[in-house]
Structure formats: structure tokens, C-alpha cells
Design a protein around this ligand. Structure first.
Ligand code: NAD
Length: 356
């Protein structure tokens, strides 16, 4: 039975990954390590309540002693590090916590994995792997004039926001542990995810939530900034494949070839949400242009050629289907949204887990 130590497994992508893996494999267990910041929500894991293959630990990845204890207790085969401060706007307002969590948290995990997995003669226990979940934002920005240019794994890192700078620094530590100590590592760099359980500070759930409530839809600048969108389940599948088959030491870009301008996303949400609830009041009149984000990268675009060629991964979900499925999910989970926006999920946590 393989043991996965998954950090940040109460956040958006991490919780989707935990649910995906426990559904796909019977004979695994997941030690879910999450400190539960504002972005961590145990309600995301309601569907696996009582499943003994899931062990939750409210732990900070920067807490060296606690992380070391978890390694000793559970002897994980894999570490998948999702835990991070993940919102660019928050990083502009308060960069320190991004350096602290995203860089120092990663180094703490690397050290604990090394202490547990490396033998005195320098060799590594076979079958172990550390996977760092990273972002295409570490590559910086692409131009809107050269649409045939994409981020590739050898594109130089050139981050612009404090968030992407912290993720790039973490990636460099991970590859340095691979190069220096021979640590078995992989890094995945993914484009923008969307889907169930995403905290409504991010573009797609924010717009869905606001549109359904007839609130203004704030769009940065001219709305023409382009992002590559990937349905979260396709990302989970990519991580599973990299863990199982990724060549040690390699970086894999994960993206959907699904580049869309922010304004296109917002207009699609307006049309689909209006259709889904049969509400003619959800119109483009709700759009409001707001002052552009400082240092706003113009375009991100991923070439997922390597992961396709080497591992056979491809994005299965067409954006047109994924966005409708996502809107439906938010409509069916209004309570989740209310709790998240009111902070009531803390109360849920106290009832469900504080005694454990
Ligand atoms: P998220 O903000 O929804 O979740 C982050 C989780 O990490 C939360 O549950 C939070 O409680 C936890 N966490 C934060 N600090 C912690 C700490 N010190 N110790 C333990 N847990 C801590 O983020 P997400 O969108 O799910 O992103 C997950 C990872 O994927 C991040 O590393 C992010 O950089 C990366 N990524 C995200 C996207 C995207 O579109 N969301 C795209 C590419 C890469």
C-alpha cells in the first residue's frame, strides 16, 4: 500500500487531488497535511468523511518537528506539495508570508524527506519521490503579438509577482536538492485551474458567485490578459501520472492549450450562468473595468508537448464543457459557497475534527 503525504489537501487543487486519488485507487492512504489558512476548507473533503485511508493533520509545513514526526509515523512513499499561499493580489499586499510559506515551507519538507529517505552512504530508499506542484507563472509573461510562442520546460524563469517569485524560488530549491543530493524529485508547472471547490477570490468562482447575486463583475484593465485554463481534474490526472511514470529530476509543464482572454471568460460565465438559472438580469451590464493589477502579466501559454509525448497525458476536458460543469457545481453547492464566504467552515472544522 502506497502512502502519499499530500500538503495543502484542504485547498482547491489539493482537495480535488485527494478525492481523485482515493476514488481511483483502493489500496492507498493519504496523509493530508494542511494548516487551514483562509483557503483551506475541510468541507471540500466531506465526500470522504469516515474513509480510513484519509488521515488529516492540521500542521504547518514550516513546522520542522511536526513534519519530521509525520514522516516517522507514516513513512510516506510520495510527497506532493500543494501547500502554498496562492493568490497574486494577496502577494502584492503582503509578500512576506509568501516567501515564508512557499519557500521556507518547501525547504522544510525537502529536509524532512531527505532525512527520512537518504541513507548514510548517500543512496536513496527506492520508490520514493517528492513532487513540487508549481505554476506557469514562474516563466513570466508572453506577448499577445506572438501567439505561436509558448512556455516550455527550458524557458528561463522570470517571475514578476511576489507570488510567482516565491514559487520560482521554491522550484529552484527542489531542483537544487535533486542536483546536489540526488533527491528523487519532479516539478510540475501548471496553467490556471478551474473547477469545483475553488475559493471565490479567483477569477472564475468570483465571477460565477457575483453574477448569480447580480453583483458587479470587476475586470482588470482592458480585460484582454490571456490565461491558459485547465479543468482541475485534468491537472490531478497529470500529477498522478508524473508520480507514477515521471522521469526523476524532470520538470513537466501541464496546460490545456485553452488560452482565453479574461473578458471572454467573464462573458462566457454571464451567458452560461444566465442560461443555467434562466435569469435575464445576468447581463454584460454587470461588467465593471477596474484599475489593472500592478505588474499584470499579459499572457500565459503552455506547450504540454513533453508530458504528452513522454507520459501520454492530455487535457480531456474541453473548456466549453468544463465551464458549464463548474457553474452547475457552484449552483448545486450554494451552501458551500455561503460557508466559504461567511467563514462558517471554521465552525464545521471545530465540530468535525477538533476532538481528534
Ligand atoms: P489554495 O490557496 O486553494 O490552497 C492552498 C492550501 O494550502 C490551503 O488549503 C491552505 O490552508 C494550505 N496552506 C497554506 N499555507 C500552509 C502552510 N504553511 N502549511 C500547511 N498548509 C498550508 O491553492 P490552490 O489553488 O489549490 O493551489 C495549490 C498549489 O497549486 C499551489 O502550490 C499553487 O501555487 C499551485 N498552482 C495553482 C494553480 C491554480 O490555478 N490555482 C495553478 C498552478 C499551480
Amino acid at each position: 500500500m502506497k502512502t502519499y503525504l499530500v500538503t495543502g489537501g484542504a485547498g482547491f487543487i489539493g482537495s480535488n487531488f485527494v478525492l481523485y486519488m482515493l476514488k481511483k485507487y483502493q489500496d492507498i492512504r493519504i496523509v493530508n497535511v494542511d494548516v487551514l489558512t483562509y483557503a483551506g476548507n475541510l468541507e471540500n473533503l466531506k465526500d470522504i468523511e469516515g474513509d480510513e485511508r484519509h488521515i488529516f493533520s492540521q500542521t504547518d509545513i514550516r513546522d520542522k518537528d511536526a513534519i519530521t514526526r509525520l514522516f516517522a509515523e507514516y513513512d510516506p512513499d510520495y510527497v506532493v506539495n500543494f501547500a502554498a499561499e496562492s493568490h497574486v493580489d494577496r502577494s502584492i499586499a503582503n509578500p512576506e508570508v509568501f516567501a515564508d510559506t512557499n519557500v521556507m515551507g518547501t525547504v522544510t519538507l525537502l529536509n524532512a524527506a531527505r532525512a527520512a529517505w537518504q541513507q548514510e552512504d548517500g543512496s536513496w530508499t527506492p520508490g520514493k519521490k517528492y513532487l513540487q506542484v508549481s505554476t506557469d507563472e514562474v516563466y513570466g509573461t508572453l506577448s499577445l503579438d506572438k501567439l505561436d510562442e509558448f512556455f516550455r520546460e527550458d524557458t528561463p524563469l522570470s517571475p514578476h509577482s511576489p507570488y510567482s517569485a516565491s514559487k520560482a524560488a521554491a522550484d529552484m530549491f527542489v531542483s537544487a536538492y535533486g542536483d546536489t543530493y540526488g533527491m528523487p524529485i519532479n516539478i510540475t508547472r501548471c496553467s490556471n485551474n478551474y473547477g469545483p471547490y475553488q475559493f471565490p477570490e479567483k477569477l472564475i468562482p468570483l465571477m460565477i458567485n457575483n453574477a448569480l447575486a447580480h453583483k458587479e463583475l470587476p475586470v482588470y484593465g482592458d480585460g484582454l490578459n490571456v490565461r491558459d485554463w485547465l479543468y482541475v481534474e485534468d491537472h490531478c490526472k497529470a500529477i498522478d501520472m508524473v508520480l507514477a511514470k515521471g522521469k526523476l529530476g524532470e520538470v513537466y509543464n501541464v496546460g490545456g492549450h485553452n488560452e482565453r482572454a479574461n473578458m471572454f471568460i467573464v462573458k462566457t460565465i454571464i451567458a452560461e450562468a444566465s442560461k443555467a438559472v434562466n435569469d435575464p438580469a445576468i447581463t454584460e451590464d454587470l461588467i465593471r473595468h477596474v484599475t489593472d493589477r500592478a505588474g499584470h502579466d499579459r499572457r500565459y501559454g503552455i506547450a504540454p508537448d513533453k508530458i504528452k509525448a513522454d507520459l501520454g497525458w492530455y487535457p480531456e476536458t474541453k473548456f466549453e464543457d468544463g465551464i458549464v460543469r463548474t457553474i452547475e457545481w457552484y449552483l448545486q453547492h450554494k451552501e458551500w459557497m455561503e460557508h466559504v464566504t461567511s467563514g462558517a467552515y471554521r465552525a464545521y472544522y471545530d465540530t468535525m475534527y477538533s476532538a481528534k
